[in-house]
Design a protein around this ligand. Structure first.
Ligand code: SAH
Length: 301
């Protein structure tokens, strides 16, 4: 797709150019950039965000998959000594290992990006890690422009319809804030959905899972059928009566559904059930058989 004087867009790469100045302002403000920051940007596209961040920070690394866009970006920013462009697929790239001699670009402390929405889950997982394998070098903050519906699931509070497995997986690893909504009309070409800016601050939750792998699997099971009570979704793991007793002990309504209990309560439940599992081999088998779990499972909706 290309009009007069425009950069063509590739739909397969989820290319939508952000044109709203106020949305760009909000992203940059949320990132609280300073001259000490070494920032990672994913999918700079035509460089609207790059242009804003560069003057504010010590170093900026942008990773862009599209070779033609990379040529444009090099033309505009190539001479800036605090800019480094990596061409490649962010999901495949080991950014740190590419930075051998470029010391000032190493150890980025922040991420700021308007990312390609088709790979939102894998990108967030690469940035945060998973419950069982958190990123060993967490960023100070991650500011992302993503699909609004995914943003709502990430920041959801217990009891809301948008609270799900994704909520637990992300909030276990980071404090999550909804910064602002960005309407589809803020992009060219306009995507089908509205967007939102979120800020993720990686931190350790006040309550840690004794067995993080176990928590991951439990969460997957707990949300396996939508809007079902925990005692139904966890039937394969534990007898209903036993679960009811545990839920009561944790001050959780025995009729609670997965979306009704907080992330901390999920951790408490996991720790209790894990304790129980020591005396129950079936549960261990169930967990062993489960697949690797990503941040945003495709089957979640
Ligand atoms: N940040 C720009 C562009 C956002 S569109 C803006 O706000 O206008 C998403 C961008 O991510 C596009 O430039 C696209 O080419 C790039 N992209 C898509 N998949 C990618 C991947 N796997 N790795 C790196 N960049 C990718």
């Amino acid at each position: 797709m290309k009009g007069k004087g425009e950069v063509r867009t590739r739909r397969s790469l989820a290319q939508h150019w952000l044109k709203s100045e106020s949305a760009l302002d909000n992203i940059v403000r949320a990132a609280e950039c300073s001259k000490e920051d070494r920032v990672l940007e994913i999918g700079p596209g035509t460089g609207v965000l790059t242009r804003r961040i560069l003057p504010l920070v010590q170093a900026l690394i942008s990773v862009e998959i599209d070779r033609d866009l990379c040529k444009m970006l090099v033309k505009e920013f190539g001479k800036r000594e605090n800019f480094l462009l990596l061409q490649g697929d962010f999901l495949e790239l080991d950014v740190e290992s590419q930075l051998g001699n470029f010391e000032k670009f190493q150890n980025q402390n922040k991420v700021v990006a308007n990312i390609p929405y088709n790979i939102t889950g894998p990108i967030i997982e690469k940035l945060l890690g998973t419950i069982a394998n958190p990123n060993v070098r967490p960023y100070e903050s991650i500011v992302l422009l993503i699909q609004k519906e995914v943003a709502e699931r990430i920041v959801a509070k217990p009891g809301s319809r948008t609270f799900g497995a994704l909520t637990v997986r992300v909030q276990y690893l980071a404090k999550c804030e909804y910064i602002c909504t960005v309407p589809a009309s803020a992009f060219h070409p306009a995507p089908k959905v509205d967007s939102a800016v979120v800020r993720l601050i990686p931190r350790q939750l006040e309550k840690q899972a004794n067995d993080p792998k176990y928590l991951e699997t439990l969460v997957k099971l707990g949300f396996s059928a939508k809007r079902k009570m925990l005692r139904n979704n966890l039937q394969s793991v534990i007898e209903r009566d036993e679960l009811t007793a545990i839920l009561e002990r944790l001050n959780i309504n025995p009729q609670a559904r997965g979306e009704d209990i907080s992330v901390v309560q999920w951790v408490e439940l996991s720790n209790e059930l894990k304790e129980k599992a020591k005396h129950n081999n079936n549960l261990e088998d169930e967990l062993k058989d489960s697949d690797e779990i990503g941040i945003l499972d495709e089957d979640e909706d």
